[in-house]
Design a protein around this ligand. Sequence first.
Ligand SMILES: [Zn+2]
Length: 279
Amino acid sequence: MKPIAFAALFTTLAAASVAHADGAAPVKLWRLDCGTIQVNNLDLFSDTFAYAGKKRQLTDSCYLIQHGADYMLWDTGLPAGLKGAAMSPDAPLSPTLTKTIDEQLAALKVDPKQIAQVGISHYHFDHTGQAADFPQAKLLIGKADFEALKTEPVPFGADPKALAHWLKDGAPSEQVIGDKDIYGDGSVTMLSMPGHTPGSYALLVRLAKKGPVLLSGDIVHFEEQFKANGVPSFNTNRAESLASMDRMQKIAKALKATLVVQHDANDIGKLPAFPASAE
Ligand SMILES: [Zn+2]
């Protein structure tokens, strides 16, 4: 490498590290309510019969991130059509919604058109439900999940129609391989954690005051799964699932991060209650 090119590279790296250290672009994180799922057959969430005969209520959360003037969503929850749906006492999975993302953005005075990027942890219907409400946004999704949505039969739990705008119509998307530093300053990073689906991701958000926050995607659905090595029977790869659970716990420990399991109702209190944000 020529000395001048090397100097330019060094300057670029130095600028990136300074921007990170100073938190030059302020970052805020809001937890949005994107639904509730009554699980009447929790046995689905272990392939070793650890939860046979048990029930559990899962929360369905999604997140708004502000980075400088840019807004990004992480996951888009259950479909808006489920608003007000009655919960079934015996269906294996019974989802419902009380507020749409648009309604929560309105409370924050954020226009849905301001959402520049939609990051999707994985292709399941309870994470992609309202994505079509943000057609101007660039979609960020694991390449393996994006490709799986085009296959027949449709993968378990997926609704390709929710992302048809990007899948069929070719709207701007980035199919992510490996980890992805979204803003180039280390503040918001998609972490590759396959196993639940082929292209599953978690999201690391580094906040100036709160510190690092690790949003789990569906690497687990509730905290106890870490201890029990609870791998849902519908995961696409058991070995990758266990490796991703291990990676998630080690990252949380190394960074002393706040680990928010997105479906665990007990983790809701780890972030400020809407409309407050973590900073
Ligand atoms: Zn899932």
